[in-house]
Design a protein around this ligand. Structure first.
Ligand code: NAD
Ligand code: TYD
Length: 349
């Protein structure tokens, strides 16, 4: 039986990935290691937590002794490394937390994988889940390919870029069997309501202002989170060792157009008159160093491994809104906790 360590499985993308692997591969033993920071929520996994091939361990990826104990106990053959500090605005307020988890945490995991796999690298995979933000910011044209030079500009993207480099260093130096993917912005169920889409859905429900940074002209390429999890599955099983794959949605939106689309769909679903939610749009001070545009060229993934996004955006966003409308308990529990203080500090509106 293969034994796979997923880090950060209680977070947004990690919970979808964990669900996919636990249900699709009953023969894999899946261990989810998560520190349960503000972003980790075990309710994200409530539907699979009792399955026999799933185990949760609360712990930190910077904890060398714990990692050694887990590698010794479970004899992992694969690692899917999702755990990270992931929100750009928080990285501007507290960069060291990002360097600790994203850089030191990744290096610690690599070190332990190297120790335990050193005599037998066959059939092992250390898969590092990363972001397109490492490539920096695009102008109005062009796309990020796997060959684009790194040019990270926020503490978050710089910490992820650093971790990508360290992962590659372990491949070149120690032949550790690594794979990396760099994905565009995800959206979907269980997305923590500090990120643009769930924050706006929650605020529309509650008739609160929709904060748009700057002029709302920044562009992001949005991918449904289950499509990201599917891509990781394909790359984990069929991608080449040592390679990097870009994953993207072929789906670029300016922030303001995206928020207007959310308002339109939510007016219909909530039975509000057309244009009502748009009145909540509030332009606020721009994010420091705000990257203008991200856009992924995912040709390599399509040509080599046959992966394509399965959902059109309008359908994906409709499914996402429906999920939040039917899971108000999940949303309320988050917004009534730690998130509330952070929200007030960040926006003060
Ligand atoms: P998230 O913030 O929702 O979840 C992160 C998870 O990691 C949480 O469960 C948290 O408790 C856990 N964690 C944080 N620090 C930890 C530590 N030191 N030890 C153990 N666990 C820890 O993040 P996400 O949006 O699901 O992102 C997951 C990964 O995907 C990250 O590596 C991120 O860089 C990458 N990524 C995210 C996006 C996106 O749009 N969200 C896009 C591309 C890539
Ligand atoms: P976000 O969801 O934080 O993802 P990322 O910064 O990783 O792309 O933000 C998406 C875009 O939305 C980004 O251009 C910043 C912008 N944004 C706002 O305009 N208002 C907000 O309140 C937030 C959180 C983001």
């Amino acid at each position: 039986m293969d034994s796979i360590l997923i880090t950060g499985g209680a977070g947004f993308i990690g919970s979808h990935l964990t669900r996919l692997f636990v249900t699709k591969y009953p023969k894999y033993k899946i261990v989810n290691l998560d520190a349960l920071t503000y972003a980790g929520n075990l309710e994200n996994l409530i539907d699979i937590e009792k399955l026999p091939n799933y185990t949760f361990v609360k712990g930190n990826i910077t904890d060398l002794d714990l990692l050694r104990k887990l590698f010794d106990e479970y004899k992992f053959t694969g690692v899917l490394h999702c755990a990270a500090e992931s929100h750009v605005d928080r990285s501007i307020t507290d960069p060291l937390a990002f360097i600790t988890t994203n850089v030191m945490g990744t290096a610690t995991l690599l070190q332990v994988a190297k120790e335990f796999w050193k005599d037998n690298l066959n059939e092992k995979v250390f898969y590092h889940i990363s972001t397109d933000e490492v490539y920096g910011s695009l102008g109005t044209t062009g796309f990020f390919t796997e060959k684009t030079s790194y040019d990270p500009r926020s503490p978050y993207s710089a910490s992820k870029a650093s971790s990508d480099h360290i992962v590659r260093a372990f491949y070149h130096t120690y032949k550790l069997p690594i794979k990396i993917s760099n994905c565009s912005n995800n959206y979907g169920p269980y997305h923590f309501p500090e990120k643009l889409i769930p924050l706006c859905i929650n605020n529309i429900i509650n008739n609160k202002p929709l904060p748009i940074y700057g002029k709302g002209e920044n562009v992001r390429d949005w991918l449904f989170v289950e499509d990201h999890a599917r891509a990781i599955d394909v790359i984990f099983h069929n991608g080449k060792i040592g390679e990097t794959y870009n994953i993207g949605g072929h789906n670029e939106w300016t922030n303001i157009a995206l928020v207007k689309e959310l308002c339109k769909q939510m007016d219909e679903k909530l039975g509000r008159s057309s244009g009502e939610s748009e009145k909540l749009i509030t332009y606020v001070t721009d994010r420091a160093g705000h990257d203008m545009r991200y856009a992924i060229d995912a040709t390599k993934l399509k040509d080599e491994l046959g992966w394509l996004p399965s959902l059109q955006f309008e359908e994906g966003i409709s499914k996402t809104i429906d999920w939040y409308l039917s899971n108000t308990k999940w949303l309320n529990e988050i917004t009534s906790g730690n998130y509330k203080n952070y929200y007030d500090e960040q926006y003060g509106i």
